[in-house]
Ligand binder design. Sequence first.
Ligand SMILES: Nc1ncnc2c1ncn2[C@H]1C[C@H](O)[C@@H](COP(=O)(O)OP(=O)(O)OP(=O)(O)O)O1
Ligand SMILES: Nc1nc2c(ncn2[C@@H]2O[C@H](COP(=O)(O)OP(=O)(O)O)[C@@H](O)[C@H]2O)c(=O)[nH]1
Length: 227
Amino acid sequence: MAKLFRAVIMGPPGSGKGTISERIAQSFGLKHLSSGDFLRENIAANTEAGVLAKTYIERGLMVPDHVMTRLLLPRLEEMTRHSWLMDGFPCTLAQAKALNSTCDLDLVISLNIPYETLKDRLSDRWIHPASGRVYNMGFNPPRVQGRDDLSGEPLIQHDNDQPEALVARLRHYKDVAKPVIDLYKSKGILHTFSGTETDRIWPYINSLLSTKILSRPEMDTQHIPMP
Ligand SMILES: Nc1ncnc2c1ncn2[C@H]1C[C@H](O)[C@@H](COP(=O)(O)OP(=O)(O)OP(=O)(O)O)O1
Ligand SMILES: Nc1nc2c(ncn2[C@@H]2O[C@H](COP(=O)(O)OP(=O)(O)O)[C@@H](O)[C@H]2O)c(=O)[nH]1
C-alpha cells in the first residue's frame, strides 16, 4: 500500500488557505480537514469541547491550545486510512508539538501574501456561517448575490475581517506562527509560496504536489476526480 500523505497549510487570515485546500483536495484526492469546520461541527453537536470553544469564538478569540488538541488529535488519529491536508491547525507552537507527537508530516505549505492584498480580500469576504463556505464578490461570487450557493441562506461578513481588526489579527498571526514556521523549516518540510493571486500561486503548488504524491489510486477514492 502506498504511504499515506499528511500535509498542513498555513498562512495569515485571507491568504487563501481554504481556497487552495479545496483545489488540492479536488486535484489530489486528499481529505481537506479544517480546524474551523471541526469547531463548527462540535459547536453544532454541543460537545463538551464545542461548548467551551464557542465561548472564545463568540468573543473573537483564539480557542486555547488544550481545547484544540483535545478536539483534533483524536480525529486525526482515527484517520489511519486517509491522506489529508489540514487547514487552520496547528497555529501555535504548542499545537505543532502536540501534532508532532501524533503523526509525521510530509509537507507544510506556507502562504506569504502582502498586507494590502489580505485587506482587500477580507473586506470583500462573505461567509455562510453554518458551513464556513466563503465567497468573494470579485473572485468567487455566489450565484445569487448575498446567498449561499447550496443552502440559499444569507451570507454575512465578520467584523474581524474588516481593516480595523485586521492589523491586530495579522500581528498576532506573525507572532504565533513564526516559531511554528521555524520548526517546520528545521525539519526540511516547509514550502513557502508568495504572491497576490491564488491563480498564479496554484500552478507552483500543483507541480510541487505532483512530485510528492505519486500513488493517487491508494488514496480515498471518494475524492479522486473522475477521469
Ligand atoms: N488552530 C486553532 N487554534 C485556536 N483557535 C482556532 C484554530 N483554528 C480556528 N480557531 C478559531 C478561531 C476562529 O475565529 C474560529 C473559526 O476558524 P476559521 O473558520 O478558520 O475562521 P477564521 O476566519 O478566523 O480564519 P481565517 O481568517 O484564517 O480563514 O476558530
Ligand atoms: N480577489 C481575490 N480573492 C481571493 C483570491 N484567493 C482567495 N480569495 C478570496 O479571499 C478570501 C480569503 O480566502 P480564504 O480561502 O478564505 O483564505 P483563508 O482565510 O486563508 O482560509 C475569500 O473571500 C476568497 O474567496 C485571489 O486570488 N483574488
